[in-house]
Design a protein around this ligand. Structure first.
Ligand code: AMP
Length: 191
C-alpha cells in the first residue's frame, strides 16, 4: 500500500499516518520529522533547514526531492509507505510522479484531510503549548497556513485532475476521521 496524506498543518496527518502504519505494516515517511532529525544532528541540510522551518516557510524543492528519492529506495519501503508532508508543491508532486514511474511503482490513494482555518489555528496554538512553543509563534503559524494555501493546496488539485484524490472531512475526532479514511480506502480496495 502506497499512500499520500495531504492536508494543512494541524489537520491530523501525523496521527492518522501512525495509525495507518500499524494497520497496513507500511512505513511513515514524514519529511518534517526527517528535517527535524537532520537539524538535531547538525548536518549541513539540517542547519540550513532549521531557520526556514522556524519561519514556517518551505525548504527548497531540489533538497526535498533528493531526500525523498533517497528514502524511498530503502528496503523498509517494500510493503509500502505513507508520505506525510510530501509533496508540498506541484514541482515536488511532478518529481514524485517521475520517480515512482521510473521504479514502476503506483500510488494506491492520495488522501486529503480538510479542516476549517479557524479550527486549525486553535489546534496549532494548542500543540505549540504542549511542545513548549517549539512549533512556532503566531507569525510562523500564519506563514505556514499561507504557504499551505498558496503552494500546497494546488498539489491536491494536481491529484484531483488525475482522478486519484479522495477527500476526507477532518473536523471530527481522531476516531471519526480514522473511520472516514478507512471507509474510503476499503472502497478503493474493493473497486
Ligand atoms: P511538518 O512537520 O510536516 O509540518 O514540517 C515542518 C516544516 O518542515 C515545514 O513547515 C517546512 O518548513 C519543512 N518541510 C517539511 N516537509 C517539506 C516539504 N515537502 N517541502 C518543503 N518543506 C518541508
Amino acid at each position: 500500500m502506497r499512500l499520500i496524506l495531504l492536508g494543512p498543518p494541524g489537520a491530523g496527518k501525523g496521527t492518522q499516518a501512525q495509525r495507518l502504519v500499524e494497520k497496513y505494516g507500511i512505513v511513515q515517511l514524514s519529511t518534517g520529522d526527517m528535517l527535524r532529525a537532520a537539524a538535531a544532528e547538525g548536518t549541513p541540510v539540517g542547519v540550513r533547514a532549521k531557520s526556514i522551518m522556524d519561519r514556517g516557510e518551505l525548504v527548497p524543492d531540489d533538497v526535498m526531492i533528493e531526500i525523498i528519492a533517497e528514502r524511498i529506495g530503502h528496503s523498509d519501503t517494500v510493503h509500502g509507505f505513507i508520505l506525510d508532508g510530501f509533496p508540498r508543491t506541484v514541482a515536488q508532486a511532478e518529481a514524485l510522479d517521475e520517480l515512482l514511474d521510473a521504479r514502476d511503482l503506483g500510488l494506491d490513494a492520495i488522501i486529503e484531510i480538510t479542516v476549517d482555518e479557524a479550527e486549525l489555528i486553535e489546534r496549532i496554538a494548542g500543540r505549540a503549548k504542549e511542545t513548549g512553543g517549539t512549533r512556532g509563534d503566531d507569525k510562523s503559524t500564519a506563514t505556514r497556513l499561507e504557504v499551505y494555501r498558496k503552494q500546497t493546496a494546488p498539489v491536491a488539485e494536481h491529484y484531483r485532475q488525475k482522478g486519484v484524490l479522495v477527500t476526507v472531512d477532518g473536523m471530527g475526532s481522531v476516531d471519526d476521521v480514522a473511520r472516514l479514511i478507512d471507509e474510503q480506502l476499503e472502497a478503493l480496495v474493493e473497486a
